[in-house]
Design a protein around this ligand. Structure first.
Ligand SMILES: Cc1cc2nc3c(=O)[nH]c(=O)nc-3n(C[C@H](O)[C@H](O)[C@H](O)COP(=O)(O)OP(=O)(O)OC[C@H]3O[C@@H](n4cnc5c(N)ncnc54)[C@H](O)[C@@H]3O)c2cc1C
Length: 293
């Protein structure tokens, strides 16, 4: 067992139900669930994983993760500790811990009269999860406003990467086998009211086009080969299609919702039905944006 240097408490727990940590509210338990509260605790956890050859799963807000019903074997490193939620301003730069929610980041930035994060409105993730997924949409991606990213490699080494040295692509980036711990954003000066106004406008737009009152994980599939996944699924008449308690949203065809106590197996079954149908009808192979554990 690893204990905190600060408090003497255990940093982790066994058999923690991950359904409480994912937006789908499905899935099994984590063999080990670690919540480091500092950089040194994070390092200890990673050293343990290396020594014991444990697989590492990094968890932000769980809004893009589907956990297998049988759970995960290994260590889930949850970035919810207070140290990883700090936000500091330095002129046009904001330095944020990886565990900060995007909504808190945007709220703080707007309060300071800093804009340029509109692309992240309505995305219920953390800063770390957003960087790894290069989260965004039609207003841009998180990578547009990043100045640098600090990570801890799975070997416990801390590295700061300048934006120009990081490969970002559509819903992904090249920061593999490392944990994002801190991100520096370069933002634009703007009137506070204007920034809040723009954020409200984008949020209203999302509210009308997404099933926000349901349990879901955002878009399941990536757009591909010049096709919008939602349009293909809609044209294939799959809106409302169900497997067990999982259903294709009637509001947005690229969302699957946990409608009635769905299991992860139901969601995976529905993903398979959608992929097979779209392949058969349009000869397009859909790839999941959702991270499946
Ligand atoms: C209602 C709704 C709307 C959404 N809208 C959008 C949208 O418009 N655009 C969009 O891109 N996405 C959207 N999403 C998906 C999701 O919110 C984003 O992908 C978000 O960035 C995930 O962040 P998270 O903290 O929840 O990451 P998680 O779901 O916890 O993790 C996602 C991936 O990132 C990795 N990860 C998380 N934190 C770290 C870290 N600190 N270091 C290293 N790896 C890490 C995980 O291992 C996993 O592979 C939406 C989801 C929902 C539920």
């Amino acid at each position: 067992m690893i204990t905190s240097t600060e408090t003497g408490d255990s940093i982790w727990q066994y058999d923690v139900p991950l359904r409480n940590y994912t937006s789908f509210r499905t899935g099994g338990v984590a063999e080990i669930f670690a919540e480091p509260r500092s950089i040194s605790e994070l390092k200890k956890v990673l050293q343990f994983c290396k020594r014991e050859q444990k697989k590492i799963f990094v968890l932000g807000n769980g809004s893009n993760v589907l956990v297998n019903d049988n759970g995960v074997q290994g260590v889930v490193v949850y970035m919810g500790g207070a140290h990883f939620k700090q936000i500091k301003r330095n002129g046009m730069f904001i330095c944020s811990g990886a565990g900060t929610s995007l909504s808190e980041l945007m709220r703080k930035a707007a309060t300071w009269g800093l804009g340029g994060l509109g692309a992240l409105v309505g995305i219920p993730g953390t800063v770390g999860g957003a960087v790894v997924m290069n989260a965004g949409g039609k207003y841009g991606n998180v990578s547009d406003s990043i100045a640098s990213v600090t990570t801890m490699t799975f070997n416990g080494e801390i590295k700061t990467h300048n934006r120009k040295d990081i490969d970002f692509w559509y819903r992904g980036c090249g920061l593999q086998k490392q944990i994002v711990i801190e991100v520096t954003f370069l933002l634009k000066g703007a009137e506070k009211e204007k920034v809040f106004g723009e954020m409200d406008k984008i949020f209203q737009e999302k509210k009308e086009s997404q099933p926000l009152a349901t349990l879901n994980a955002g878009c399941i599939f990536k757009n591909t080969q010049g096709f919008k996944a939602a349009e293909l699924i809609d044209r294939a008449n799959l809106k409302g299609m169900k497997v067990g308690g999982a259903a294709v949203s009637s509001i947005h065809a690229n969302f699957i919702v946990n409608a009635e106590n769905a299991t992860s197996c139901d969601i995976l079954g529905l993903i398979k039905v959608i992929k097979n149908t779209v392949k058969k009808k349009y000869n397009v192979t859909l790839e999941t944006e959702l991270q499946i554990w």
